[in-house]
Design a protein around this ligand. Structure first.
Ligand code: GLA
Length: 731
């Protein structure tokens, strides 16, 4: 059992693989305290009171009535509430019918069950009784009549604890939730570093590491989606933590909307980490009997450095988050026409690309933006999901059948959440977009966001999608989302529920994705948002892969994919070989290197294969073979970062090792050549010390210990942006 209750000490001990997480119930008033989170400790023979410091004057609530606030302000709380004296970051802020903001939680009872219950309407990790155990702590604020259930799941074979919170109004009056975060942990020590992922369009998820220090550091989004700028992930790490050693606490929010993460160094050498829905643009009305679920936070602990954390996230997401039937399957090598043609295409052009592509071994054609309504640029037609037969001459079915005849599958692009002011949909229903009556909503990419809180809007748009997808043999959908939410107002919701728009929007997207994947289980759905602005575990629950970035330059991708793979498995990272000079950066890199970098993702092409240089085209069959040879390993193996070009400005290297350690693939990219440098030695990771490995290309054999401790020389590369693969198999 991964969760135990020790009644004598009133503690709950959650054990996840090498991790323990301990919660204590203290005092006559049943406060819920955080005892410990870290490397696994044995049952018994430790003092929860002393770890929570509850006997240290003046912090004894029942013994020290005159200084209650000192207790509140220092006690490590599992779910701190606002307004009673915990002046650090709190998780719960309410407004009651009298206009008051105070709440206070007390433990009432608990339930321990095998497995993990679903979170109604929300994506979340899953597991059965062999995988995990769930603890529900039933708490209440008796004055408000508010029940709050803190839900924890410990995964037994992975260093993972998940958390979420359920609210139920058992009182007679409504209560408004103004802030309802999903988790809070008070870590001991104020000398942590924070790792987070930041960027912009075309440079998503660059890794940042900064000292946590004292005071608050906030990582958040109020864009209605996570956005390019900040990912819903933070790791709080000991300052001596490296890639391969040291303590690391990773937090990832399973949510695709506004998020909030706060790391706060406090007055007594503790650090509080809180995460959940961003309270900005959030307010939820709980009528009597009403319920609300705060989405899941995944907490990963590693004492084997940042790399250990990464591999745990990858295992968890591949095994217990992604549901798609494609999750353990090789995805078809696709060619997408976006960078090949942009909006300027028709049936003939697409078929010309398909003909050439199929001859080279490419397996699927994806028709990107521009096939519907009157869409010849990005100024119109979103919402009019009707095939433009002036471009798609002969209709969609004809095109798909022709592509199928070439032995290729067919995929299609949608942006279902949006509407162009210049569209039939908008002209018929100008009130169906998110806006405030009397104000002109701001445009972005000349488009508006549909009010998905309105079921009629969802029904209409989903109906159009369903029709298209039923018309022809479509095997793949790219689900795009190309602007943030602003001007939050809904004609559908009453005034007292306008604060719910952002969250209801996300719930509606989830419902649509659920429907899509249920109605069309054979369709591979790839998430996308102006590149990688919505790359989060919430989307992965529905889509086994997400387009990582509109930047397909191999060198920039080293940094973007490294940051993405900090948390998300390589199998989820949408990566394509595109044409050069690169459309975003103007940089030219060897075609071969572009292939090596895309190999560390889903792999595909994004170019006009009829027009690229002959030498490049001739490399494609080999690249496709390379993908088929290595994809099982890359998709399912353990990922190790070896060298970071972002740090050393010279070279990058990573490797993937099969779970049984019988096979490994090393990718080395020499970004900048140095004069007089004939070779560079890198040390490998994750191999078995005593196994002898053969380098497939040279035939040389090495022990795992030699490769890991002495290293291997990278030779034979001359020039910038050059790369090579080393494939090792156990002899
Ligand atoms: C977004 C996507 C691109 C492409 C365009 C189409 O920017 O990230 O890959 O699909 O939209 O408009």
């Amino acid at each position: 059992m991964g969760v135990k209750y020790f009644a004598d000490k009133r503690i709950f001990k959650l054990d996840a693989n090498n991790t323990s997480y301990i919660i204590g119930i203290v005092d006559d008033e049943n406060f819920i305290g955080h005892v410990y989170f870290g490397r696994r400790i044995a049952d018994g023979h430790f003092s929860p009171e002393s770890l929570m410091r509850i006997n240290e004057y003046p912090f004894v609530p029942s013994k020290n009535k005159r200084d209650r606030l000192s207790f509140y302000d220092t006690f490590p709380q599992e779910y701190p509430t606002h307004g009673i004296g915990d002046f650090r970051e709190t998780c719960l802020e309410i407004r009651d019918v009298n206009g008051h903001a105070v709440s206070k939680l007390q433990y009432v009872s608990h339930r321990i069950t095998g497995g993990k219950p679903k979170l109604e309407g929300l994506p979340a990790t899953f597991g059965n009784e062999d995988d995990c155990t769930t603890l529900e702590l039933f708490c209440e604020d008796p004055v408000l009549g508010l029940e709050v259930v803190l839900v924890y799941t410990a995964f037994e074979k992975l260093d993972v604890i998940t958390r979420s919170v359920r609210f139920r109004n058992n009182g007679r009056d409504p209560v408004w939730l103004k802030k309802a975060l999903s988790c809070c942990v008070d870590l001991d020590g104020a000398d942590f570093d924070i790792i987070s992922l930041h960027g912009s369009w075309a440079r998503e998820r660059h890794v940042q590491r900064i000292p946590a220090g004292l005071g608050k550091k906030i990582f958040s989004s109020n864009r209605g989606e996570p956005g390019h700028q900040c990912n819903p992930f933070v790791a709080v790490v000991r300052p001596d933590a490296t890639e391969d050693s040291g303590e690391v606490y990773g937090f990832n929010f399973v949510y695709s909307g506004n998020f909030y993460a706060c790391v706060e160094g406090g007055q007594f050498e503790t650090t509080r980490v809180a995460m959940g829905i961003n309270p900005t643009d959030f307010e939820w009305l709980l009528e009597p009997g009403g319920e609300f679920i705060a989405p899941e936070v995944v907490m990963v602990f590693s004492y084997q450095g940042i790399g250990g954390m990464t591999r745990t996230f990858h295992d968890l997401y591949r095994g217990h988050l992604i549901r798609s039937p494609y999750r353990n399957k090789k995805r078809p090598v696709l060619i997408n026409n976006w960078e090949a043609t942009y909006f300027d295409f028709d049936t003939e052009k697409l078929l010309a690309i398909a003909r050439e592509a199929s001859a080279l071994g490419i397996e699927m054609l994806v028709m990107d933006d521009g096939w519907f309504g009157k869409r010849n640029n990005d100024n119109c037609s979103l919402g009019d999901w009707v095939v433009n037969e002036e471009k798609i001459k002969g209709g969609l079915k004809y095109l798909v059948d022709e592509v199928n005849r070439l032995g290729m599958d067919f995929g299609i692009w949608f942006e279902p959440e949006m509407v162009s002011p210049d569209s039939d949909l908008y002209r018929a229903h100008p009130d169906w977009c998110i806006h405030i009556e009397g104000r002109t909503p701001g445009l972005s990419r000349n488009q508006l966001v549909l009010d998905l809180t309105n079921p009629e809007v969802v029904e209409t748009v989903y109906g159009m999608l369903k029709k298209i997808l039923s018309e022809a043999n479509i095997r793949y959908v790219k689900w795009d989302m190309n602007r943030p939410l602003t001007d939050l107002g809904s004609n559908y919701l009453p005034p007292e529920r306008q604060g719910e728009i952002s969250h209801r929007y996300v719930l509606a997207v989830y419902r649509m994705l659920e429907r899509l994947t249920t109605d069309f289980p054979h369709i591979l759905v790839e998430g996308c948002s102006g590149g990688g602005a919505r790359f989060d575990p919430g989307i992965l629950y529905y889509c086994p892969q997400i387009w990582c970035s509109d930047d397909t330059d191999a060198i920039e991708r080293l940094i973007i994919q490294r940051g993405t793979a900090m948390v998300y498995p390589l199998s989820t990272i949408g990566a394509h070989v595109s044409d050069c000079p690169n459309h975003v950066l103007g940089r030219t890199t060897p075609f071969e290197t572009r292939g090596y970098v895309a190999l560390a993702g889903t792999f595909g092409y994004e170019l006009d294969v009829t027009r690229i240089p002959k030498e490049d085209r001739e490399m494609i069959p080999e690249q496709v073979k390379m993908y088929h040879r290595y994809n099982d390993l890359i998709r399912e193996g353990d990922y190790y970062r070896i060298a970071d070009y972002g740090e050393n400005r010279l070279y990058d290297a990573w490797m993937v090792v099969s779970k049984d350690k019988r096979e490994a693939l090393v990718t080395y990219i020499q970004v900048m050549q140095r004069p007089n440098y004939k070779s560079r030695r890198i040390r490998l990771k994750g191999l078995d010390e005593n196994t002898v490995y053969r380098d497939e290309q040279t035939g040389e054999t090495y022990t795992g210990s030699a490769l890991m401790y002495a290293g291997i020389n990278m030779t034979g590369l001359h020039g910038d942006f050059k790369g090579k693969l080393i494939h090792l198999t156990a002899v």
